[in-house]
Design a protein around this ligand. Structure first.
Ligand code: UD1
Ligand code: CA
Length: 446
C-alpha cells in the first residue's frame, strides 16, 4: 500500500533551552529530523511532508539536505497536533493514499515497527501505534472497548480512572488521507490546553463507524525528546542498540559501553574495536580491521587487515588501505595511506598520497599549509621517510627513496635517491668535557 508521511516539527522545544530548533538536535550525529525521515523512507513512504513553524527555514534546509524532494508546509501558530497535520491537507488531501503521521522529536522509532502498522492497516481504517507502560506519565491514554480503540484521552484531560490506563499513545498513526483530513476538520479545541488534538480523530472515527486498531511497540522506541536530559537518554539508547547490532554482525567490541557510533557507521565482520573509540559520521571500516583504544575516526574508509591506533585520529577524506598501520599519536587528514604502509608513531599526514609499503618514521610531518593554501605531498611506493622529516608541500618523494632523519624536504626527491636536508654533524674531540668544566667554574664563582 502506498503512503505519504507527515512529520510534525513545528513546536518550539522551549524545554531544550537551546537556540537550535528541537528536531535539529542530534542523536548518533544525525538530527532527530534526519532519523525520522530515514525511518519513513525505509518503511516505504513515497512522499514526505514536514510541518515546520519555529525556525522553519533551518528545518527546511536540513530536510532538503537529507532528501531534496521533501516538502515543507508552515504552521504559523502551534495550535495543536491536529492543526499541524491539517497544514499538509493541501498537498496530500487528494492523494487517495494513506498518510503516516510521525513526530520529529521521536527519533528512535524503527522502520520494522512502521511495517507492522502498515500490515495492521489492511484490516482497519486507522492503525495506532501504542505501548504498555508502568509509567504512563503525560502520555495520551488509549481507551478500548475490549476490541478496538475508541478514544484517546490526553493525560491533562483524563479522569482518575482513565489515568490508570497503562496503554499509551505513541503519537504515530496510519490511515487513509481523506478520512484523516475529514476527521481533523471536525475536531475542536475544547480541552485543557485549548489545542486541536490529532488524537481526537480516534473518537470521531469510532462514532462514524470506522475501526481503529492498536499495534504495540517498545516504549523506548517512541520516547519523545523535550529536554537535553532526554536527548542524552536517547543517545544512550541509540548507542546501546548500535553496539548490539554490530556485535551480532560479528564485530568484536572489547568494552562495548565505551565505543560510540554514528548513524551511518559501517563495520565489517571480524573487526575488533578496543576501548574508548569514537566513530564520527561517514566512516566505513571493512573486515578484520583492528581499531585500538582511544582512536577517533571521521569521514574515512579503512580497508581490511589494517591496524589503527591506539590514540590515532583519522580525519575526513582519508583512506587507509589493506594491511596498513596507523599507530599511536598519528593524525591523518584527507590522505591515502597505501597498502602495507606504516606510519607507526607521532606523525601528521595531511593532503598526502602514500604508496605501497612506505615506512613513515616517527615525528614525520607533511607541512601542507603555507598559511594561505593547502598543498599535496606524494610519497611513492617503497619510500623510507626518516624520523622527524618535514615534508614541505607541494613535494614528491620518489619510489624507494630515503630521507635522512631530521630533514626538511623542500624539493622533489627522484626515485631511489637518498635525500639529506640538514646541517652536517661535526665532532670536536675533548670539547664536551672542557665545556662542562667551564660552565661549572662559572656557576661556582657566582
Ligand atoms: C502527543 C500526543 C499524546 C502522545 C504523545 C506521545 C496529542 C494531542 N497528544 O502529546 O497522545 O502520548 O504525543 O509522545 O497529539 N507539534 C506541531 N504543532 C503543534 C503542536 C505540536 O508541529 O501545534 C509537533 C511538536 O513539535 C512535536 C509533536 O508535534 O514534534 C508532538 O507535539 P507535543 O506537543 O510534544 O505532543 P505531546 O504533548 O507530547
Ligand atoms: Ca512530545
Amino acid at each position: 500500500m502506498s503512503f505519504s508521511v507527515v512529520i510534525l516539527a513545528a513546536g518550539k522545544g522551549t524545554r531544550m533551552k537551546s537556540e537550535k530548533p528541537k528536531v535539529l538536535h542530534t542523536v548518533g550525529n544525525a538530527s532527530m529530523l534526519h532519523h525520522v525521515m530515514e525511518v519513513a523512507k525505509r518503511a516505504g513512504a513515497e512522499e514526505t511532508v514536514i510541518v515546520a513553524g519555529h525556525q522553519a527555514e533551518l528545518i527546511s534546509e536540513a530536510a532538503k539536505i537529507k532528501s531534496p524532494d521533501a516538502q515543507i508546509v508552515i504552521q504559523e501558530k502551534q495550535l495543536g497536533t491536529g492543526h499541524a497535520v491539517k497544514q499538509a491537507e493541501r498537498l496530500l488531501g487528494k492523494s487517495g493514499k494513506d498518510i503516516l503521521i510521525l513526530y520529529g522529536d521521536t527519533p528512535l522509532i524503527k522502520s520494522e515497527t512502521i511495517s507492522k502498522l502498515i500490515k495492521a492497516r489492511k484490516t482497519c481504517d486507522i492503525a495506532i501505534l501504542g505501548f504498555d507502560t508502568k509509567h504512563p506519565g503525560m502520555y495520551g491514554r488509549l481507551v478500548s472497548n475490549g476490541e478496538n480503540i475508541i478514544k484517546i484521552v490526553e493525560a491533562k484531560d483524563a479522569t482518575k480512572e482513565q489515568l490508570n490506563i497503562s496503554l499509551c499513545n505513541s503519537g504515530v498513526i496510519l490511515g487513509k488521507a481523506d478520512l484523516i483530513f475529514d476527521l481533523i476538520a471536525k475536531i475542536g479545541s475544547d480541552n485543557v490546553s485549548e489545542e486541536f488534538y490529532l488524537t481526537d480523530c480516534i473518537e470521531l472515527a469510532a462514532k462514524g463507524g470506522f475501526k481503529s486498531s492498536l499495534v504495540f511497540c517498545d516504549e523506548e522506541e517512541t520516547i519523545g525528546i523535550n529536554s537535553l536530559e532526554e536527548l542524552a537518554r536517547a543517545e544512550k539508547l541509540f548507542q546501546k542498540a548500535k553496539r548490539i547490532e554490530f556485535m551480532e554482525k560479528g564485530v568484536q567490541l572489547t568494552s562495548p559501553e565505551t565505543v560510540f557510533f554514528s548513524f551511518d557507521t559501517e563495520i565489517g565482520k571480524g573487526t575488533v574495536i578496543e576501548q574508548n573509540v569514537v566513530i564520527a559520521p561517514a566512516v566505513t571500516i571493512e573486515e578484520n580491521v583492528t581499531i585500538r583504544a582511544f582512536s577517533h575516526l571521521e569521514g574515512c574508509r579503512i580497508f581490511p587487515n589494517s591496524k589503527i591506533g591506539p590514540y590515532a585520529r583519522i580525519r575526513p577524506g582519508s583512506i587507509v588501505s589493506e594491511g596498513a598501520n596507523v599507530g599511536n599519536f598519528v593524525e591523518v587528514k584527507k590522505s591515502i595511506v597505501g597498502p602495507k604502509s606504516k606510519i607507526n608513531h607521532l606523525s601528521y599526514i595531511g593532503d598526502a598520497k602514500i604508496g605501497e609499503k612506505v615506512n613513515v618514521g616517527a615525528g614525520t610531518i607533511t607541512c601542507n599549509y603555507d598559511g594561505v593554501s593547502k598543498h599535496n605531498t606524494n610519497i611513492e611506493d617503497g619510500a623510507f621517510i626518516g624520523s622527524n622529516t618535514m615534508l614541505v608541500a607541494p613535494v614528491k618523494v620518489g619510489k624507494s627513496s630515503v630521507t635522512a632523519s631530521g630533514s626538511v624536504i623542500t624539493k622533489d626527491i627522484p626515485d631511489e635517491a637518498l635525500a639529506f636536508a640538514r646541517s652536517r654533524q661535526e665532532n670536536k674531540i675533548g670539547m664536551g668535557k672542557k665545556l662542562m668544566n667551564l660552565l661549572r667554574k662559572q656557576k661556582n664563582k657566582s
